[in-house]
Design a protein around this ligand. Structure first.
Ligand SMILES: [Mg+2]
Length: 355
């Protein structure tokens, strides 16, 4: 009975706040100075008390959200703004994602009679992130794990690196490669397709590269890396107080460019063609060219970066996104792995299931 009365009071306060009579049922008319909105305030207070009775404490909801966000808020506000990812309701915080290793049985059970297709990011997934990207090396053990899994299923390496660069680093001929965040895709001999998305933007990228090389010369540690379909600006080795100046240079060059956009990642900015293309679209393109229907295969994507979120989004319905987590941030992945070492263990165990 008590609950019913509280519920009734709550509903009445909502009706009063919404004021369906267009002011006809106002106890205190809104136009009266100072006390005009006192009745609405009282109705709101009554509503909060009613909600509290049912265990919904409004200030606590805000406080909890604030605490959870604290660690990840920086990346939400900065990198997400610059990255290509838009927030959706399906995101979860990376520290809340279950372990892919612990749930391997569940993951392989989902395969049923579907064919497994594995997509792997490179930096931060197959190799630890290093200060100088050109020095990143895949361990021979990891290379062997990738090769072994590639013999059991269709496997593609999807990287922000240039296609030629990532292919040389991985050094396995039998797998597919998507470089420059999927703008450049090629397969092993006999695949018969090659995608070069955004070729018309090459002159704009050339111009931006020249300007960045010239203008960033004075910022110690700034590194400009030209990829075929992007210009990357690495600032991992730039002093903190110089990052704002570097950002201003990048923004200035972007403003002078035509048809490019800026994206962000881990201590990196990138200028790339401003077209609707990303790792998720690359994943779909590859599946289509391989004549694999997303519903009849089980695509699995392992990656650590913001740009991998585009692929995780594509797999929300028919596949699994696995985040290699190193910070608290929102993610569209379904599972997580803790480190490059865990990725290797996961790939090994996955291959064992098929051999
Ligand atoms: Mg990565």
């Amino acid at each position: 009975m008590k609950k019913f009365i509280v519920l009734l009071l709550g509903v009445l306060s909502i009706i009063y706040l919404l004021n369906p009579g267009a002011g006809l049922f106002e106890f205190i008319p809104d136009h009266l100075p100072l006390i005009g909105n006192l009745d609405e305030a009282l109705a709101m207070a009554l509503l909060l008390v009613c909600l509290q009775h049912f265990g919904i404490k409004m200030p606590e909801i805000f406080r909890r959200k604030q605490d959870r966000t604290k660690a990840g808020i920086k990346s939400c506000l900065t990198t997400f703004k610059e990255g290509s990812v838009t927030a959706t309701a399906k995101q979860r915080f990376s520290n809340e994602l279950p372990s892919a290793l612990k749930n391997l049985a569940q993951l392989t059970a989902a395969l049923q009679d579907r064919q497994l297709v594995v997509f792997l990011d490179f930096d931060g997934t197959l190799t630890p992130i290093v200060d100088r990207p050109e020095l990143a090396e895949i361990s021979s053990d990891m290379r062997e794990s990738v090769r072994r899994l590639g013999q059991c299923c269709t496997l593609a390496i999807v990287s922000g690196r240039d296609l030629v660069d990532v292919r040389a680093k991985v050094g396995i001929d039998e797998v597919f490669y998507a470089g420059s965040h999927g703008f450049h895709i090629a397969g092993p001999a006999g695949f018969g397709h090659e995608l070069q998305q955004g070729s018309q933007y090459l002159p704009a990228l050339d111009k931006a590269e020249r300007a960045l090389l010239r203008q960033l010369r004075s910022i110690a540690g700034a590194q400009v890396e030209r990829k075929k379909f992007a210009v990357a600006i690495h600032f991992r080795r730039v002093a903190k107080e110089q990052v704002a100046a570097l950002t201003a240079v990048v923004d200035g060059v972007l403003a002078d460019s035509e048809g490019l956009r800026k994206t962000g990642g881990k201590m990196i900015f990138e200028l790339r063609p401003d077209i609707d293309w990303d790792k998720g679209k690359a994943l779909n393109w590859l599946l289509e060219k391989l004549q694999l229907d997303k519903r009849s295969v089980l695509p699995l994507y392992i990656g650590d970066d913001l740009t991998d979120e585009d692929a995780f989004r594509e797999l929300q319905q028919h596949g699994f996104g696995i985040l290699v987590r190193d910070e608290v941030r929102p993610s569209l992945a379904r599972y997580a792995l803790e480190s490059v070492d865990e990725v290797q263990t996961f790939l090994k165990r996955l291959a064992t299931q098929f051999e």
